[in-house]
Design a protein around this ligand. Structure first.
Ligand code: SF4
Length: 286
């Protein structure tokens, strides 16, 4: 988060408060990639994260000891008894076409929209995790037959924190929760409601292949000599110049790698409309 060492005490206080905040994690229309990335959290490790640092009371896909009716009653009791205290994390898009019937979840067959509205109403904070939760993402790709939208649009609210990414780096999820607890207010956000500390830097500016871009050394074909030498992927469709996020500096899986390091161009998955606007075009034409 680029905080000065003087903040050590504040960070410590925030970490201690973190596991007292109940968290509900909804899984709506998506591929569950953010949950997958989250369980691969290494710093802190996922087992430390869920046992020591956060109170993940309800996660309907992966990380719950309860199942069936019991898990539903956990959700209901957090919503009922922890009004104004719990944090709602939402992964996935919300289909609105056909009154939301494209997505039904749980024993009562609630639509994704009903589940979201019910869970968001009394949450202290709503965090939309992943590109689908930002604006529908891949689920909303043209022609968007399910009428999928993101969390802010579905709830018609402008106070949702967006952490887009396909997937979102778990470091950015934990960091956002921490900053909320440390400073008791929303972090500074950009025009897409993304925390500036994580989404301010341009991928292109921090990319290890940037020197090759400046020298005009581009990969022209997968597997060519330039690819072997780690040259710039711009001509292979890399959208790093149009994307803002800390992937090149934070990386994934214990900071092992990130897409460009692994040889695949950036798809600008943190940007609004990324799938139709960037991912499908080899060269972005503006
Ligand atoms: Fe920029 Fe992509 Fe080339 Fe990296 S690989 S320098 S992000 S265009």
């Amino acid at each position: 988060m680029n905080l000065h060492p003087n903040f050590e005490e504040v960070v410590d206080k925030g970490v201690k408060a973190l596991n007292r905040v109940p968290i509900i994690w909804l899984e709506l229309a998506d591929c569950s990639g953010n949950s997958e990335a989250f369980i691969k959290s290494t710093n802190p490790a996922i087992e430390d994260l869920i046992f020591d640092y956060i109170s993940l009371d309800y996660h309907e896909l992966l990380l719950m000891s309860s199942s069936g009716d019991q898990s539903e009653s956990v959700l209901e009791s957090v919503i009922r008894e922890k009004k104004g205290e719990y944090v709602l994390i939402v992964e996935g898009a919300i289909p609105l076409a056909m009154e939301g019937k494209f997505l039904r979840i749980g024993p009562k067959g609630e639509t994704g929209l009903e589940l979201l509205q019910k869970s968001a109403k009394d949450a202290a904070l709503v965090i939309a995790v992943g590109s689908c939760a930002l604006d529908g993402g891949v689920v909303a790709a043209a022609p968007n037959p399910t009428g999928a939208v993101g969390v802010a649009e579905a709830l018609n609210r402008n106070d949702i924190i967006n952490l887009p990414g396909c997937p979102t780096n778990p470091i950015n999820i934990v960091g956002t929760l921490l900053s909320y607890l440390m400073f008791e207010e929303l972090p500074q956000l950009d025009r897409f409601n993304r925390p500036k500390w994580a989404y301010e830097g341009r991928v292109h500016d921090n990319c290890e292949r940037r020197g090759h871009y400046e020298l005009g050394e581009f990969v022209k074909e997968w597997g060519d000599n330039g690819a072997k030498k780690g040259w710039c992927l711009f001509e292979m469709g890399c959208k790093g110049p149009y994307a803002n996020v800390n992937c090149p500096t934070m990386k994934f899986n214990n900071a092992t790698s990130w897409p460009v390091q692994a040889g695949h161009g950036c798809m600008a998955c943190t940007e609004v409309g990324f799938f139709d606007k960037y991912a499908n075009e080899r060269v972005y034409k503006g």
